[in-house]
Design a protein. Sequence first.
Length: 99
Amino acid sequence: MIKTEVITDKQKRMARYAKAMGHPIRLYVLERLATQSCCYSGDLTDILPIAKSTLSQHLKELKEAGLIQGEIEAPKIKYCINKENWKEVQILFKEFLHL
């Protein structure tokens, strides 16, 4: 007997996004980037009460999930919301919450 896949690709994408958003610092970063065009990692370091290395880990998690994108402008990195994936997050969660 062939088992039908119970977990959909849509659910997997939602879970990945949710995991990446599962920390208050990451939510702060996403809120900040969603309300402005871009932000430099150094600016975030000045605002947030965490070490640069910790911020880097949070940014890495958001980037790997596809929620943000980074562009190196030596010596800084400029981060922006990945608009395509951000729109998908909004759609997926809106649909899910209205089940």
